[in-house]
Design a protein around this ligand. Structure first.
Ligand code: SF4
Length: 463
């Protein structure tokens, strides 16, 4: 998961940095901006938030932005590593950044790459050279060779372009006014810039925007089946974002309503409060509370100046961050039955800690609900769960998970309610059902069946 941004039309660089901040939740490792002035690319990158990117006083008319989430490769440890790990990247007359993960990169090159975005940039520059500088031909060649998820935004010949893989795993949306075009991972960027979104970039579509306002669309790779990442709706995206015409907030609200019906079927004592784990599960908690007819209370409060637990790298880091991440309204907990709602239970770190803390503070019972079904398969398409053994649901039965986190009841969303709440049929659900939509991911999955004891990420063990 990363955030990508492309801007065509004169804009002050600090304003572009403000827009990039709206994608900071998609990657907190590092961020970069790249712009073109008089056919020269200039870039500035920083570790952590986009707010730390230093910028000259300039107003270029074509800009790329990137927030980095380290799907492959390690975290950026210092300023010296920014150039090799953090997009946007440039090569010859092309620059780009992307969101997703190329699963077969090691089969496509002998050179060692630290990021797949740099690999895509170099490959595209090579294919442009071999194809008379024709972008649609070069992109066609590139997309026929790579497997995985990629939503690309780039600059070529002073034009802004966008390209999305044939399955459309990761979101990419654009909006335009007379003087400004913005392509971004999420529509909140357009709202902040005063643009209405025109539409999502279609899966397999290349869009090329010229400075004179011309827009060209090329159908590069087609697949009758699309595989939009369901986890965008459950966790990644901002609730104010619209992806494939579905407002993320509404999806999360519907997920909460479905959970309420699942809870009712368990015939448990009703909770005194429904309590969201901030921030992602708040709309679901509202819906759950309304449907059950009990109050929602924000008893768990987030320390806003820490990052998301999911994006830190090691289990030790996760435990430490989870501990520092939440504060509790202690006088609202004693002798209460509390139904806690979180978006998902990935490794179980946060759920276990919250249940433990609430019980220590005097809660009589703690139920735990997840708006997402158990995730028991790794993701090869751009989130940092690349080994099955990291996932609590892949190693444990549901009752064992309940006991492990210490809850008095555990409620998972069921698959059909998840799909109905999202409102799209063509979803990637691979981390729930193991049905990987692309060939190389299936190959990796088959190879690791016999190799479950190995260390390291699954795709690094196989390729
Ligand atoms: S495997 Fe899961 S997280 Fe990865 S792209 Fe598919 S739905 Fe999204």
């Amino acid at each position: 998961m990363c955030g990508v941004l492309g801007i065509l039309g004169k804009m002050d660089l600090p304003m572009a940095r403000e827009l990039l901040l709206l994608l900071a939740h998609r990657g907190q490792d590092a961020a970069g901006l790249l712009w073109e002035s008089e056919n020269i690319f200039t870039e500035s990158k920083a570790t952590g938030s986009p707010a730390f990117i230093e910028l000259p006083n300039d107003s270029p008319s074509i800009i790329l932005g990137s927030t980095r989430y380290p799907t492959i490769g390690k975290r950026v440890a210092n300023e010296e590593e920014l150039d090799i790990f953090v997009g946007p990247f440039q090569s010859e007359n092309v620059a780009l950044t992307h969101n997703g993960n190329i699963t077969n990169m090691a089969c496509q090159t002998e050179r060692e790459y630290f990021t797949d975005a740099q690999f895509l940039t170099d490959k595209l520059a090579q294919y442009l050279k071999e194809n008379d500088n024709q972008l649609q031909d070069a992109i066609g060649k590139l997309s026929s060779e790579v497997d995985g998820a990629f939503s690309i935004v780039g600059i070529h010949d002073s034009k802004l372009f966008a390209f999305r893989d044939a399955r459309g795993f990761k979101p990419l949306v654009f909006g335009r006014s007379k003087d400004l075009t913005i392509i971004a991972s999420e529509s909140t960027v357009h709202a902040m810039a005063g643009l209405t979104i025109e539409r999502d970039v279609y899966p397999g579509e290349l869009l090329v925007f010229s400075k004179n306002g011309k827009l060209e669309s090329f159908s590069i790779s087609q697949n009758a089946l699309h595989s939009h990442c369901f986890f965008e709706y459950v966790y990644f995206a901002h609730p104010a974002s619209t992806i494939e015409n579905q407002l993320v907030y509404d999806v999360r609200f519907r997920l909460g309503r479905a959970l309420a019906h699942a809870f009712k079927k368990m015939n448990k004592e009703p909770p005194d409060y429904v309590v969201p784990v901030p921030d992602t599960s708040r709309p679901a908690a509202q819906a759950l509370a309304e449907t059950l007819g009990v109050p929602m209370r924000e008893i768990i409060l987030k320390n806003r100046y820490l990052g998301r637990t999911f994006i830190v790298r090691t289990q030790k880091e996760r435990n430490a961050m989870a501990k520092r991440k939440y504060l509790y309204l202690t006088d609202k907990i004693e002798n209460k039955t509390i139904l806690v709602v979180d978006d998902s239970i990935v490794r179980g770190t946060t759920a276990k800690m919250i249940v433990h803390d609430l019980k220590e503070l005097g809660a009589s019972k703690v139920y735990f609900a997840a708006t997402c079904p158990p995730q028991d398969h790794p993701c090869y398409y751009g989130i940092d769960i690349s080994t099955g053994k990291e996932l609590i649901a892949s190693n444990s039965r549901r009752e064992d998970i309940r006991k492990y986190i210490g809850a008095d009841a555990l409620i998972y969303q069921n698959m059909s309610d998840l799909v109905n709440a999202i409102g799209l049929k063509d979803l990637c659900l691979a981390c729930l059902d193991g049905e990987y939509p692309t060939e190389h991911a299936r190959f990796i999955q088959e190879q690791i069946q016999d190799d479950v004891e190995s260390d390291g990420r699954d795709y690094e063990r196989v390729v």
